[in-house]
Design a binder for this molecule. Structure first.
Ligand SMILES: Nc1ncnc2c1ncn2[C@@H]1O[C@H](COP(=O)(O)OP(=O)(O)O)[C@@H](O)[C@H]1O
Ligand SMILES: [Mg+2]
Length: 379
């Protein structure tokens, strides 16, 4: 039996048709088997604050050991979804299950989840060692065993020599490593991370991404990570849930989300996207495009050539259009062009290689792409 995880419209909304198309394109379908083997399941969860629904009809299954990222702009309901799972707030409707059991009656401290929230910082008045001992104390682990486990964990996160420091004597990155260590030390099956790297600068963030990835590989915790950073989501995740205004817009692997976004929103949120309809182009496609969609193509799928270049041998598989270069942006290994076509501007990106022709603003050029590289998304 198949269960369709699609919001059955309970309110009349102008967005309804769009949501239906999105759900159809996303094929948000979960087999019964997948549902049973799920470690975490949100089933039709809504959280209201007065008239506002921070999370709407949220349905999701997370597999054991999976690294799942909830990605979306600020205010889209990511933190609310995580707080519901952590038990800090309760759903207005729907329910959450862990290994098949409803957790609605289970208080947050008994949910056995390791948590790293931005606002769930280290205890400032306790040393690193005492911070790490705390979750073990809560679980009744005896002192000698606690000490052993703290040492082992500090070694693992390369902070052995910081055992007796106070959090204020650590850098931001070190504090986050202690927070991760504290979340993992009691060996909970589930790890919840809310913008864990949000406060760090770019270099440190990349380094910590590597750290989180290797901790996930080593400890195999089912991890739900919340972020608004697309790069972080693409780098870390087995699957990504894209949220928009409290609803799930699409769930898929990083590759599939990037390659087959269902909506303009997802296409733009994960990278750059050209909507050909915006440029007023008559799109040549292989089949009939699904109704209610527009044609999208990624910048790296467009080729740029001199307008005098003869037609390619695979011309029937391609669409070619004439345009004028507006801007060339040099970006190290890649070169980006803005090219005026019809009433729009297309962005394209090519890897820099030797012998390549470089165009400058004002040049008349020919753009081309494979019809099979077009994607059809909701507008
Ligand atoms: N305690 C609350 N009371 C009222 N509104 C809230 C509360 N918490 C969150 N919201 C609202 O719910 C929406 C989603 O918030 P949140 O889950 O924090 O988003 P995100 O983490 O994606 O930035 C926002 O519009 C926010 O203002
Ligand atoms: Mg948030």
């Amino acid at each position: 039996m198949m269960v369709v995880h699609m919001a059955v419209a309970s309110e009349s909304s102008p967005n309804l048709a769009r949501q239906r198309t999105v759900a159809r394109l996303a094929e948000r379908i979960t087999s019964e088997e997948e549902r049973i083997s799920a470690q975490i399941e949100f089933r039709g969860v809504t959280k209201r604050y007065g008239a506002i629904a921070a999370v709407k009809d949220f349905s999701l299954t997370v597999r054991r050991g999976e690294f799942l990222t909830i990605l979306g702009p600020s205010g889209s309901g990511k933190t609310t979804a995580l707080m519901l799972l952590a038990g800090f707030i309760s759903p207005s409707e729907g329910d959450i299950f862990i290994v098949g059991n409803s957790v609605s009656a289970v208080p947050s401290y008994r949910r056995d989840q390791g948590i790293v929230f931005q606002n769930y910082a280290l205890f400032p008045h306790l040393t690193v060692r005492r911070n790490l001992e705390f979750p073990l104390e809560m679980r009744g682990v005896k002192a000698p065993e606690r000490s052993k486990r703290v040492d082992r964990m500090l070694e693992r996160v390369h902070l052995k020599d910081y055992r007796e420091r106070m959090p204020s004597q650590l850098s931001g990155g070190q504090q986050q490593r202690v927070a991760l260590a504290r979340a993992l030390i009691a060996d909970p099956p589930i790890l919840l991370l809310d913008e864990p790297l949000g406060a760090l600068d770019r270099n440190l963030r990349e380094q910590m991404q590597g750290e989180i990835k290797s901790l996930h590989k080593e400890f195999g915790k089912t991890t739900i990570c919340v972020t608004h950073d697309q790069e972080e989501a693409l780098t870390l995740s087995d699957r990504i849930v894209v949220m928009r205004d409290g609803r799930i817009e699409q769930i898929d692997t990083p590759e599939a989300l990037y390659d087959r976004p269902v909506s303009r929103f997802v296409a733009n949120f994960l990278g750059e996207a050209n909507i050909l309809d915006d440029a007023g182009l008559t799109v040549e496609s292989d089949g009939v495009p699904p109704t209610g969609t527009v044609a999208m193509i990624r910048p790296e799928r467009i080729s740029i050539t001199d307008s005098a270049t003869p037609k390619r041998t695979d011309a029937h598989q391609r669409q070619s259009v004439a345009g004028t270069v507006v801007e060339m942006i040099y970006g190290g290994p890649v070169r980006k062009y803005h090219v005026r076509i019809g009433k729009g501007v297309l962005i394209l990106r090519e890897h820099v290689s030797s012998g390549q022709q470089v165009f400058k603003p004002g040049d008349e050029v020919q753009l081309g792409w494979l019809k099979s590289d077009l994607r059809f998304v909701t507008p």
